[in-house]
Design a protein around this ligand. Structure first.
Ligand code: SAH
Length: 400
């Protein structure tokens, strides 16, 4: 079997070692890391065009076969080599012997009154992740997960409470889009036009698998989504953020949530490692190369980060960053320590930013009746960080 290259492990630092340690456990060897294989067969769902072309060559076939196969898989949702009628019978049989096209198992499909939907998918190892489909106006956005759980531990996020298990493979990341595509096509519903990496996990702690997934999303022979239609949201993993710009040109969103380090240290603990000004400078560099503005995400927490003074401070720190701000009304979850800012407070905060010349919108809360809103995705998985356990012990004062 031809062995495919994977992206060089980028240098996450020791403070995030918990994440990297568990990340290796997603199936074993280098090839399965790249493809998400559990069998000997290569899962083509997670192979981008450059790798697929090399693979065909190593099979003794013409590289242009990659383009044909990509179209069948990603544009027509086909998972059976026999259906690929522009390939000869011998090649189809050969492919079926060495490769497979395997998606995710849909466990639940919940419909919100506002038209959005939350899909719970089961992975081959039994872990479960969530994706959210949000139709609005002329477009439909799919919010996808990049990890099983999350290691970042942001204090206002429900996924953080669940702990962390492992990175998703490229096939599992693209698989969310692929399953959505097949489901929506079968129903005649609006196809996904935009993808945002705003589900479970921190995409920049899983660059090796996220980058080939982005390539597939942007490839004309696969999903053909323009760079404006694919957004990676990050809490600000600095080395990976710098590297992202070299590897791809997706739209960037930064989860900022505070205008100063003291508060951001509390809300987004990653800030203690990569402080706000350095992260914002990296964002400025990222968008500086002809890319558009970075989207600044700011979750509105009553009495925590929503004062007039904080709005003015936010405008100041964003002064030199080509940006637009998304205010996200906090979405509560069981035992969350925060409350949502009032609508009047959010309006006032927005107006202050407007007056400072910053384009600001308040994100509509979608799917909260099915726990599909920002920060409410939890999935279902074994927590390798034992965070849930530690929280339970803390809650009982350590008595059990
Ligand atoms: N780890 C990445 C992507 C996942 S979070 C990141 O931090 O950007 C996607 C967005 O939802 C982030 O902006 C996050 O801060 C926000 N979010 C998390 N919990 C939330 C909650 N309870 N209410 C509203 N937004 C929340």
């Amino acid at each position: 079997m031809a062995k495919l290259p994977i992206f060089r492990e980028f240098d996450t630092d020791a403070g995030l070692a918990a994440c990297r340690g568990a990340a290796g456990n997603d199936g074993g060897d280098e090839r399965s890391l790249c493809m998400g294989n559990t069998s000997d067969k290569l899962n083509l769902l997670g192979v981008d065009r450059a790798s697929l072309e090399r693979w065909f060559e190593e099979l003794g076939e013409k590289p242009f076969r990659a383009r044909q196969v990509l179209k069948w898989i990603h544009q027509r949702g086909v998972d059976d080599f026999d259906a690929m009628t522009d390939l000869g019978k011998a090649l189809r049989e050969k492919l079926a012997r060495v490769a497979t096209i395997r998606g995710l198992n849909l466990v639940t499909d919940r419909h919100s009154d506002d038209g959005s939907r939350k899909w719970l998918f089961e992975l081959a190892d039994g872990n479960r992740i969530e994706s959210v489909y949000i139709p609005e106006g002329g477009r439909a956005t799919l919010c996808i997960s990049s990890q099983v759980g999350c290691a970042l531990n942001c204090s206002f996020c429900s996924t953080a409470r669940q702990g962390f298990n492992r990175n998703l493979t490229t096939a599992e990341i693209v698989g969310q889009l692929w399953e959505a595509g097949r489901l929506l096509a079968a129903e005649g519903a609006r196809a996904v036009s935009n993808v945002v990496f705003m589900g479970m996990g921190e995409p920049l702690l899983n660059l090796d698998h996220v980058i080939p997934a982005v390539h597939l999303m942007q490839d004309d022979f696969a999903w053909a989504l323009s760079k404006r239609r694919v957004t990676i949201s990050t809490a600000g993993v600095l080395p990976a953020l710098r590297r992202l710009g070299e590897l791809t040109d997706v739209s960037l969103a930064l989860s900022l949530h505070a205008p100063d380090d003291a508060l951001r240290d509390r809300l987004v603990p990653l800030n203690r490692r990569y402080p706000l000004r350095e992260v914002l400078a990296a964002c400025r560099d990222y968008v500086g190369e002809g890319r558009r503005r970075v989207t600044i995400e700011y979750v509105m927490l009553d009495g925590v980060n929503d004062s007039d003074a904080q709005a003015r401070a936010l405008a100041r720190v964003l002064e030199k960053v080509p940006s637009k701000v998304n205010l996200i009304p906090f979405n509560p979850f069981p035992d969350s320590r925060y409350r949502r800012s009032s609508a009047a407070r959010i309006d006032r905060f927005r107006d202050i930013l407007h007056r400072a010349g910053i384009v600001t919108i308040t994100r509509k809360t979608r799917g909260d009746d099915i726990d599909a809103a920002c920060g409410q995705l939890a999935g279902d998985f074994e927590d390798r960080t034992r965070r849930r356990e530690r929280l339970a012990v803390a809650a009982t004062g350590g008595s059990n």
